[in-house]
Design a protein around this ligand. Sequence first.
Ligand SMILES: NC(=O)C1=CN([C@@H]2O[C@H](COP(=O)(O)OP(=O)(O)OC[C@H]3O[C@@H](n4cnc5c(N)ncnc54)[C@H](O)[C@@H]3O)[C@@H](O)[C@H]2O)C=CC1
Ligand SMILES: O=C(O)C(=O)COP(=O)(O)O
Length: 620
Amino acid sequence: MAAAAAAKALLRPSATTPDLSPRFPLSSSSSSYLPFRASLSRSSFLGLRLADSANSKISALCRRSARNTGLRIEAAARPTVLVAEKLGEAGLALLREFANVDCSYNLSPEELCAKISLCDALVVRSGTKVTREVFEASKGRLKVVGRAGVGIDNVDLHAATESGCLVVNAPTANTVAAAEHGIALLAAMARNVSQADASMKSGKWQRNKYVGVSLVGKTLAVMGFGKVGSEVARRAKGLGMHVIAHDPYAPADRARAIGVELVSFDQAIATADFISLHMPLTPTTAKIFNDETFAKVKKGVRIINVARGGVIDEDALVRALDNGIVAQAALDVFTVEPPPKDSKLVMHENVTVTPHLGASTVEAQEGVAVEIAEAVIGALKGELAATAVNAPMVPAEVLSELAPYVILAEKLGRLAVQLVAGGSGIKGVKVVYTSARDPDHLDTRILRAMITKGIIEPISSVFVNIVNADYTAKQRGLRISEERILRDSSPEAPLDSIQVHLSHVESKFASALSDAGDITVEGKVKDGIPHLTLVGSFSVDVSLEGNVILCRNVDQPGNIGRVGRILGEKNINISFMSVGRTAPRKQAIMAIGVDEEPDKETLQKIGETPAFEEFVFLKL
Ligand SMILES: NC(=O)C1=CN([C@@H]2O[C@H](COP(=O)(O)OP(=O)(O)OC[C@H]3O[C@@H](n4cnc5c(N)ncnc54)[C@H](O)[C@@H]3O)[C@@H](O)[C@H]2O)C=CC1
Ligand SMILES: O=C(O)C(=O)COP(=O)(O)O
């Protein structure tokens, strides 16, 4: 529950307040499909407005918690999910429980762009290009792209990240289907099954023409020893083949466990009778099989490609087939899909083709549909997806521990930036984490993202989430450095404190400057609630709920009463108050937590109080 709350805070655009869900006494199962969120923000991560028609017990809890913390509950419309390619029924049923589902297949790029600004999520397979234009056309509404399969080369990940859109895939459910298809193509190619079938159907009986080659004892090189590659290797060994593999990143012990030897690229292609491709299409693997490569293969090699067409230079393959260097090829995937009708490769008599059917089994399609529906629904609820492609994956237990610190981190960022005097410009941010645990084991990515969010959102129209935080900081020239300090405190908590320092800036509240001249704020988590514990060099202790007024004054009797009276006259509730001073009757900082936002006149009155040398109102 806490993990889910932390994740929601990470993903929503303007988490001005902690999500309340951890405090709701709900079982995770009862809450999992309820479209509820409580938030101060005008819209949640997905721009969802919360359903007002839902379970009244939950509504009451939301309202009560909302009153306690000054939160507002908003009613949300159901999100809209555009399913742009055929998806298994079980996945569609899950999506329909949670969202309005628009199944529109075969959209042109223009039609997709026209629809996308009305959609919170998009589900695709390999046939839809999710380009930068799509993200731009969504105008920020699209919050998750679900790829119902493995390869995400059809999604512009840079554009997704820049727009803060999460991309999730379904990496496991079609592995076996793809591996089985690889084996089907291997066997069909070796025994000329499709050619012989076509010949017979045209009325011929050509037994001598279609003599094949045996698999047993032959060497198969598996290029890319990941999920599919290793399943292909396992099956090929069952057929009595000698299997070698090339994968620069695969662990040798995994290969050894299957009885496969990992070899270099050149060794693999020079010794193999069959080469089966299972690497992703990336800038390094694009056209990795080209004229130069074919010049190094064993003459008469047979090639199977169930990965991506783009890893082969198709013109070079046609040349290699024509001159007999490659005896046969079996291809499920093509550089352009569908390939041109007159494609020499497709029409080649030594080539067996299928129209990207690797993942197309009934079982795999039901599997990927459910896998992607769950990931998309999770993301629409603001949870971090285990299969996120463009966001850090944080284990649930880590997230659960860090939940209150995630909220603290954002609030510290928000406080710090509001202390900057106009025109200063922020360049350097230093974050110091103190912990009793080995600081090297502290995963600060989500905390850094939230501090970035807290700093950037109040001063720009950009919304920042865990997907685009680092990118947005870089874009704005914000350098964020981190320091971890080992402190002798309770090792039960993951962190003792977080300090945010903004360097080389002027402050509108001079007392927020530390001795080193940085705007400094520090916070801790006490009883699960984030507290502000240091401003400049003044120790304070104010719970970070609602808003905060900071006043500097000379420590003398009556100041608390004065400000209390001004706020009381306007019915503004003080939630917390603390005084930090250098010494009795010397300079002091009063930190006052207020539930409501004082109007201009009230703030002016506080400012005009003679005892107050400076003051600032900070929105959390
Ligand atoms: N035809 C179809 O319908 C299907 C195609 N695929 C495709 O198959 C490919 C593999 O999928 P999975 O095994 O699930 O992915 P995976 O991520 O588990 O495995 C890919 C492997 O390729 C390796 N690799 C990366 N660069 C390499 C290089 N330069 N040389 C050799 N190996 C390299 C990686 O280390 C990794 O082990 C993907 O391109 C995927 O899109 C997957 C499922 C269905
Ligand atoms: O999962 C993959 O990478 C695939 O290539 C499967 O593609 P598909 O979903 O069948 O269009």
